[in-house]
Ligand binder design. Structure first.
Ligand code: FAD
Length: 497
């Protein structure tokens, strides 16, 4: 049976949109179905008091001409349409550890030289660490857009060692170990679990060059959608998929919550694998596969305070601030609610190039879903007084902690808004509002990797649970998914033409 579309993509997150871009550009008749009225998933922005906030894309890396994300963005038509502000090259990230600040500087030598000022006895260790990070990044064919002859995307050794062991292998200085692991909220790292390659690829990505998006990450989704339409694709918002319908051999259509069926020849799910499986009744999904996928743990969620500053009160910070109350950066994941927050990430939002004062900022801390589970069955905007009180209390705790690093900042705040794990769960349908999806575990390396292939031959997955999360991880995951239709080296060739 011929469907209405060649490929129907469910979910308009980054993964869904990049797949739609590549496949529609190659001539497939593609449509993207999105549950919400606004497309983009974690690329969505929202406004309060006419001030725009991002939800899940705050800074990106490797955007100098020739660097890896720049090559992808050039192909995706994003270099022209999404304006960027480069973060300070002498400290794009500042790690505040137990009251002392350390800077990550751009460029390998600059990174070493800058940290060497505070760790003069560990220069050789820093060199070893950087050499190892570079070796891992260089070994990955897809992160270098090299054609490959097999399906080995990452060397097995880098999957089987943990980030903390990897760093400890470079230096015995425990303070330096914590400083080097200080960007772990970028991947919600878990001690003795998170594999080395995740840390190395992300660190390498930002060391090369780091940028904020000027004016909102929703521009990425809008630009991709516009291009997809120009290639003949369709983007259909407010279309929530309830079920994938299958016959004995393959998926044939999706059923929307409004009762409509849409047929296609093939399907790509950009929604979380566990949620995807909950929408498939077919016996082609065997019990063992379902149990394995459903048994996988997800990364922690977050509580965010969206701050609006009084006009011209707060000098714009052109760097990201990673705060740790204590010396152990790994402690945040198993926090005690009584002493929360153990850590947070503080970032000013970039409204225009070279701005002098900040209009707004975000303060993001880890939060377990359990803390808000009691309100899971309530609806957005109507979760009740107790929930509002909970949010207020948490926001005040975070702001008190922020004040320790930026004395006087409370007086500069005009107003603030908050989000919890329930907010993220609602807006992205990620399990329990998990930030980055399924936890990869070096102790169970193959079991915690999710394939782009499902047990249904014409249904594939994409998004942050395939390959990795983030702007680069998800883009590469889309390449892996599109390879199912075009062949891997043919997709890679696209970025050379
Ligand atoms: C707080 C936070 C900060 C982050 N900061 C950064 C950053 O600074 N830099 C970076 O590179 N990465 C960052 N990330 C990670 C990055 O945002 C994600 O890895 C990436 O955007 C996920 O893309 P995705 O394709 O998996 O889809 P998602 O963004 O998860 O989108 C999935 C889409 O599917 C839709 N959907 C779900 N169910 C259905 C259904 N039944 N029918 C139709 N549609 C459905 C959802 O509405 C959503 O639009 C951050 C993430 C978080 C949470």
């Amino acid at each position: 049976m011929q469907g209405k579309y060649d490929i129907l993509i469910v979910g308009s997150g980054l993964g869904g949109l990049v797949c739609a871009y590549i496949l529609s550009k190659k001539g497939f008749k593609v449509a993207v179905l999105e549950k919400h009225s606004q497309i983009g998933g974690c690329l969505q922005s929202f406004k309060r008091e006419n001030v725009k906030f991002d939800t899940g894309m705050h800074y990106i890396g490797s955007m100098e001409e020739g660097q890896i994300l720049h090559r992808f963005w050039k192909y995706l038509g994003l270099t022209e349409s999404v304006p960027l502000q480069r973060l300070n090259t002498d400290g794009y990230d500042v790690i505040s550890l137990n009251g002392t600040e350390y800077k990550y500087a751009s460029g390998y030598d600059n990174f070493i030289d800058t940290l060497a000022k505070q760790f003069p006895n560990n220069v050789a260790d820093l060199q070893t660490y950087i050499n190892n990070v570079r070796d891992i990044a260089n070994a990955s064919p897809l992160y270098n857009l090299r054609k490959i002859q097999n399906n080995v995307f990452i060397e097995p050794d880098y999957i089987k060692t943990s980030v903390n062991d990897f760093i400890a292998g470079a230096t015995q200085n425990t303070v330096l170990q914590n400083v080097l692991a200080g960007n772990l909220p970028l991947y919600a790292g878990v001690k003795d679990k998170t594999p080395t390659y995740i840390h190395a690829l992300i660190t390498n990505f930002y060391i090369q060059s780091a940028y904020r998006i000027i004016g909102g990450s929703d521009q990425i989704a809008k630009s991709l959608a516009q291009s997809i339409k120009s290639f003949g694709g369709e983007i259909i918002p407010s279309a929530e998929v309830d079920k994938f319908i299958c016959n004995n051999e393959r998926a044939t259509s999706v059923l929307l919550t409004n009762g409509e069926y849409i047929e296609a020849n093939s399907f790509i799910s950009n929604i979380h694998p566990q949620v995807t499986l909950s929408k498939i009744d077919s016996p082609m999904i065997r019990k063992a596969y379902r149990q394995r996928i459903n048994g996988l743990q997800n990364t922690i969620s977050n509580f965010t305070v969206y701050i609006i500053f009084k006009p011209n009160t707060t000098p714009y910070l052109n760097y990201n601030y990673y705060y740790y109350k204590n010396a152990d950066v790994w402690a945040g994941n198993d926090y005690n609610p009584a002493t929360w927050p153990e850590q947070f990430l503080f970032m000013h939002q970039c409204k225009e190039a070279n701005q002098q004062f900040a209009e707004s900022a975000e303060l993001i801390g880890y939060m377990h879903y359990d803390e808000v589970a009691q309100w899971a069955n309530t609806k957005v905007g109507r979760r009740g007084e107790a929930y509002e009180d909970f949010k207020k209390q948490k926001a005040e705790k975070m702001l008190q902690e922020l004040e320790l690093s930026f004395p006087g900042i409370r007086n500069c705040i005009q107003s603030y808004y908050t989000s919890t794990p329930l907010t993220y769960e609602n807006y992205t349908k990620t399990m329990h509002g998990s930030m980055y999806g399924i936890i990869r575990d070096k102790n169970f390396p193959t079991q915690t990797l999710v394939s782009q292939r499902t047990k249904i031959p014409n249904l594939f997955m994409t998004g942050q649970n395939i390959n990795s999360h983030g702007i680069l991880g998800v883009t590469i995951g889309s390449v892996i998914t599109c390879a199912e239709f075009l062949g891997l080296n043919e997709v890679i060739q696209e970025f050379y033409d």
